[in-house]
Each structure stands twice: as C-alpha cells, then as structure tokens.
Design a protein around this ligand. Structure first.
Ligand SMILES: Cc1cc2nc3c(=O)[nH]c(=O)nc-3n(C[C@H](O)[C@H](O)[C@H](O)COP(=O)(O)OP(=O)(O)OC[C@H]3O[C@@H](n4cnc5c(N)ncnc54)[C@H](O)[C@@H]3O)c2cc1C
Length: 418
C-alpha cells in the first residue's frame, strides 16, 4: 500500500518505520522537519512502568494549590475556546479511581509492547540516541502524596510491574547525587527497569533509516486539508500539491484535532504545554531518572547532558518561554542536585504535549470518519514511551481495518482498541 504519514514527530516516524518494515511505501509530510514539535526536547524518559495518567482522583485535593499558586506546575489560562472547556470538563470527569485504573492497565500494556519494539530497533539497527537503562526514582516530599503513590504501586505490582517503595536513605544509595536533598524526601517509588534516551536523536535516526529504504519526505510543507472521494480520503492537500495514497496516518501531535475538525470530527486532543532545559552535565548530575512529584519536574541524563523538564499548562498553542518557567526548572535542579551543570549554557525549550483527558492515546480511524484515515496521536506525557507500541497498532489496523475499528466515542472515549 501507499501510505501517507502526516507529522514527523516520534509518533509519525515510528509509525512510518513500522509500516515500511511491513512492506508499505511511505511518504511523510511535515510543516518543519523531524522532531520539530513536542518530540524535540522532551523529558527523555522511557517511562514504561510509571504510566499513571494525570487524570487521577488525587488531583481534586491538589487542584486549588495547583491552579492558584504562583509557582504551580499546572496552569490554566481560560480562553474563548470551546475545545479547551470541553477538554477540561472531560479531564475532570476522568479524575476517578475507576477511570485512572483502567487507563493505567491499558497504558501498561501499550508501554510493554512499545518497550519490546524499541529495544528490537536498538538491537537490530545501529542507532545513536544516548540510550541508557538507568532506572527511575519518583520522589515525594510529603507523607500524604507518598501514601497515594503507594496505593498506585500496589495496583501496579498486582499487574506484574517491577517497582518498589524506597526510603530517603535508599534513594541516596540508588542515586548518590541526591545526598544533599535527602532530608526533603518522604519516600520514593523506584522502578529499576526504566530507561532514558534523546527522543530528538531517535527521530533523526528513524528519518535516516526510512530514507535509506526509500521513504519519501516532504518537509517544510504544511498539511492544508484532505481531498475526499467516495467516503475515503484520496489525497492530502499541501502547498506543494496533492499527495495521493491508499491510507493516511494523522500524527500531527497537538495539531491533529484541527485536521480532524476540518472533516467535522471531534478529537479529544488538546495541547498541554511543558518546558525543558538542557545543559552540559557535571559529576553532580544524576545518572538515574529522577522525578520530583510535587514540582512535576523530571531529570534525565542523556549522554553528557542533563535534561530538566516539566510543567503542564492549558494555554492553547502558545509556545513562548516565560523566564519564570526556566527559573523554576533551574531552581528545582539546584535544590535537588546543587551545582549539577552549567546553567549559563542551558537551552530552554517549550513543547505541546498532545493530551487526551484520560491519558490514553487515540489510535485508529474515527468512528464517524473515513476508514482509511488512521489517527495516531494524543500520547500526552508519554509519547516517546508509547510511540513504538502505537506504531504496531497502527500497522495492525491497516492490515485488518474492520476487526480493529474503534468503538464509538462515549463521554470518556475509549481511544484505542486493545
Ligand atoms: C516538557 C515535555 C516533557 C515530556 N517528557 C516526556 C518524557 O519524558 N517521556 C515521554 O515518553 N514523553 C514525554 N513527553 C511527551 C512527548 O514528547 C509527546 O507525547 C510526543 O513528542 C508527541 O509526539 P507526536 O509525534 O505525536 O507529536 P509532535 O512531536 O508534536 O509531532 C507532530 C509533528 O506534526 C507537525 N505538524 C503539525 N501540524 C502540521 C501541519 N498542519 N502540517 C504539517 N505538519 C504539521 C509538527 O511540525 C511536528 O513535527 C514530554 C512532552 C513535553 C512537552
């Protein structure tokens, strides 16, 4: 089949790679180039076990502090934007124990597939992406949030996930760079099997492999719309002309909902803005992935660099980088690790997570849309982690479209078929 993949972020490129590996001819369109969107400088965590969605019942107690504190990692800037309100309402509706549990189960399954597929890629292709199998510590600074995390731990251990609780001293044993911060740690969840890598480098390497096997890339070219024929998509409209294909994969990240809307389809995907800093690391920088749960900031070592990432803002498509945000990320790094790298050389970045209310991605044709238009988006805070498992599902859908068609979206959509 001729397959056109829209979007050259990690979701689009992983899907293109999987499809090409199964014998399809792929064309990839992007308005910029590989890794130009949220995949550019994300938190670098391959968080296969720590998949708990943001929509969690615990959010209700934190909500006033999160929304109204000046240094809150979560920001809502209300806009005259029906999609923002609709998304926000669905998010709050998803903050229930049952929904969070079901999402966790589905995300763990997708993450496990993704891990296998990515590790196969690493084993079979010489790809350079600063990969490390570091393990991950999620730190809690108060007893209440740690108790909540232990309940999630019990759920995940019951599902076979290798994770355990650790006290402050154990945290320092696992990651000596935390020694100066030990007194602030109430406890942590340790996941020895988590990994880190540079998502941008993975994108570039996938692009290299795809091109070497004959993929066509049309970059610096905006997807303008779709041309329909007999209830199916016949072509993508671009400034460079029409791009025809038998099937089309939408992996436009947080812009995917706009393309869906052009076809009269609602996709529950909204941009959730975050920031990162990347700096040259020194010996005081952590080697284990560390998350400060209260600040919602993650730290990952990628090669000789330290990536610090976090914040979640519901502010539309705004990609500006306010100085307060970079200051807060830098302050978090100093608090936890002291002088861990040259902050004067840090590269600030902002990206838009393509977020769904439940945290589950949208993989498949829309129930009311054309059958040859397959969405692969909405991976939220886990797009790097989930990209390769999602790619397999996209390929399976295109192999047997009828068997895998999505169920109609309910109030809380079931975004992909298991
Ligand atoms: C601060 C931050 C930290 C994160 N940390 C992690 C982490 O540690 N681990 C993890 O797994 N995930 C993390 N994520 C999430 C992850 O980065 C995203 O889920 C993932 O990058 C989404 O990939 P994507 O390919 O769907 O979207 P994108 O990477 O945004 O790609 C979409 C592509 O579509 C293109 N495009 C958009 N509109 C058009 C158009 N009209 N025409 C043509 N091209 C278009 C863009 O140029 C872009 O290249 C983080 C995200 C952020 C913001």
């Amino acid at each position: 089949m001729q397959i056109c993949v829209m979007g050259a972020g990690i979701a689009g490129l992983a899907a293109a790679w999987q499809l090409q590996s199964e014998g399809h001819d792929v064309t990839i369109i992007d308005r910029a180039g590989a890794g130009a969107g949220a995949s550019g400088a994300n938190g670098a965590q391959l968080s296969y076990a720590y998949v708990q969605p943001l929509a969690d019942p615990g959010i209700w107690a934190q909500l006033p502090g999160l929304l109204f504190s000046r240094n809150s990692p979560l920001t809502l800037r209300p806009r005259w934007d029906i999609d923002q309100w609709r998304w926000g309402a669905s998010f709050l509706a998803a903050c229930r124990a049952r929904v969070s549990r079901e999402s966790t189960v589905q995300l763990l399954a997708l993450a496990a597939d993704s891990r296998r597929a990515f590790e196969r890629l690493l084993a079979e292709q010489a790809i350079e992406c600063d990969f490390s199998a570091t393990g991950k510590l999620v730190l809690y600074s108060d007893e209440r949030s740690f108790a909540h995390a232990r309940r999630q731990l019990a759920l995940q251990q019951g599902l076979g996930v290798q994770q355990r609780a650790a006290n402050a001293a154990e945290c320092v044993e696992i990651e000596p760079a935390l020694a100066g911060y030990q007194r602030n740690i109430s406890g942590a969840i340790y996941t020895p099997g988590e990994c880190a890598a540079d998502c941008y480098k993975v994108c570039l390497e996938l692009l290299r492999l795809l091109r070497a096997r004959g993929a066509r890339t049309i970059f610096d070219t905006e997807v303008g719309g779709l041309v329909m024929r007999s209830g199916r998509v016949a072509a993508v409209r671009t400034a460079a002309g029409l791009v025809e294909a038998d099937a089309f994969v939408v992996a436009l990240g947080s812009a995917s909902a706009r393309l869906a809307r052009s076809q009269g389809l609602y996709l529950p995907v909204y941009p959730l803005k975050g920031y990162s800093l990347t700096l040259p690391a020194n010996d005081s920088a952590p080697r284990v992935n560390v998350t400060d749960a209260a600040r919602k900031v993650v730290f990952a070592r990628i090669g000789q660099r330290l990536r610090i990432a976090g914040m979640a803002e519901l502010v539309g498509d705004d990609l500006s980088i306010p100085a307060t945000r970079t200051r807060n990320l830098a302050a978090a790094a100093r608090d936890l690790f002291g002088d861990c790298g040259d902050l004067s050389q840090c590269e600030p970045w902002a990206g838009l997570r393509p977020a769904t209310p439940t945290g589950l991605p949208v993989i498949g044709p829309h129930p009311k849309g054309p059958p040859n238009l397959v969405f692969n988006t909405g991976h939220g805070a886990l797009g790097f982690t989930l990209a390769f498992g999602s790619a397999q599902r996209v390929a399976a859908l295109l192999r047997a479209p009828r068997a895998h068609r999505l169920r109609p979206a309910a109030a809380t959509p079931v975004p992909y078929s298991a």
